[in-house]
Design a binder for this molecule. Structure first.
Ligand code: UD1
Length: 339
């Protein structure tokens, strides 16, 4: 049974990925300093899988702290590195916080992978690295755009750092996964996203509005050049994202890598407008959402959705969940959180 180290295992995508890894027979340990997450999410993981996950409460950006647990990280076959900050607005206000945390942690965990001879590494990247794309759907060969924020820059730099690392260390391999818009929750509603403060992302804002925590949702612009004027994104169920990590690791473990570093888009391939996302939420949950149209949000791209054929063909990834299931599960999780 392969043993995987998940960093950020108490976070949103990390916790869902742990569930998928366990369901596929992997053993898992987590490192999470709980700065943006809660250890109680692992209780939810245990309810779903029956497995107690060990979490090391260590700040990965602190070299000494990480080294102090090297002795506990024996026989690890692969690392999935989620631990990072992800709030775009905050990164603009506090760029050094983002560079120190996201880049510092990445360098330290790569050093650990070398010191501990852990050959396989999966890095959480984002479609944000494409910026404003010329050709849709966007495939992995599209050039990187201008990073809109220090957060986006940490993803671009992160990809470069991982690339350089595996180039210089031939016994290491890595897969970079570029997420489009991960939403929804495990169908059991035992785990889901725990947004901090006022959510910046659409789906938690929708569910909090429906719950009455927020008064109304503002749709950021209806005057874009799209079919209904609102922005288009590729929303993808977090359990589908989670499963892609399992498949990426398995791909490396099976010796299928054709080069030391490879990159895959993780999206459904369907562009969905903000108004369509809201309509799906209202329909599947039989609710009427309080929303208004507001001005555009600075930094938003008009439309982005994935060409996901590479992940499908090479990793054998399949998208299992549709938009309605994303919206249904997101609402079930919100109800659980608010109960
Ligand atoms: C955002 C980040 C992206 C990051 C991702 C991480 C920006 C510009 N982009 O993606 O870099 O990787 O989060 O989670 O912040 N919307 C509303 N009203 C709201 C919230 C959102 O209309 O209250 C709209 C947005 O304009 C956008 C869509 O909903 O069209 C999705 O927004 P969001 O969930 O913030 O994701 P992204 O902006 O795609």
């Amino acid at each position: 049974m392969a043993k995987i180290l998940v960093t950020g295992g108490c976070g949103y995508i990390g916790s869902h990925t742990i569930v998928d890894l366990i369901n596929n027979g992997f053993e898992v340990v987590s490192i999470d300093n709980l700065s943006r997450s809660q250890a109680s999410i692992l209780d939810g993981v245990k309810k779903i899988t029956g497995k107690e996950i060990q979490n090391f409460e260590v700040d990965l950006s602190n070299d000494g702290e990480l080294k102090s647990i090297y002795k506990d990280l024996k026989d690890i076959d692969g690392i999935i590195h989620f631990a990072a900050y992800k709030a775009v607005g905050e990164s603009v206000e506090h760029p050094l916080l983002y560079y120190k945390n996201n880049i510092g942690s990445l360098v330290n965990i790569l050093e650990a992978s070398k010191a501990l001879n852990i050959p396989h590494f999966v890095f959480s990247s984002s479609c944000t690295i494409y910026g404003n794309v010329q050709k849709l759907p966007v495939d992995e060969n599209a050039p990187m755009g201008m990073a809109e924020s220090p957060y986006g820059m940490t993803k671009q730099m992160g990809e470069a750092i991982v690339n350089d690392f595996v180039k210089a260390n031939a016994d290491h391999q890595s897969i970079l996964l570029r997420y489009f818009n991960p939403v929804g929750a495990h169908y059991s509603a035992e785990i889901g996203e725990l947004p901090i403060g006022v959510p910046a992302n659409l789906v938690p804002y929708i569910t909090q509005t429906a719950m009455g925590i927020r008064q109304e949702l503002t749709i950021f612009g209806d005057d874009y050049d799209t079919r209904d004027g609102s922005c288009i994104r590729d929303y993808v169920h977090v359990m589908d994202i989670a499963n892609a990590h399992t498949k990426a690791l398995q791909y490396m473990l099976d010796g299928k890598m054709q080069q030391n570093c490879d990159v895959f888009n993780l999206g459904t391939g369907n562009g969905v407008s903000v108004l369509e996302a809201v309509a799906s939420f209202e329909k599947v949950n039989n609710l009427s959402l309080n929303y208004k149209i507001g001005p555009r949000r600075q930094g938003d791209v008009v439309a982005v959705y994935a060409d996901n054929s590479k992940a499908i063909q090479q990793l054998g990834w399949q998208v299992q969940y549709d938009l309605d299931e994303m919206m249904r599960s997101a609402w079930e999780w919100q109800k659980k959180l608010s109960s």
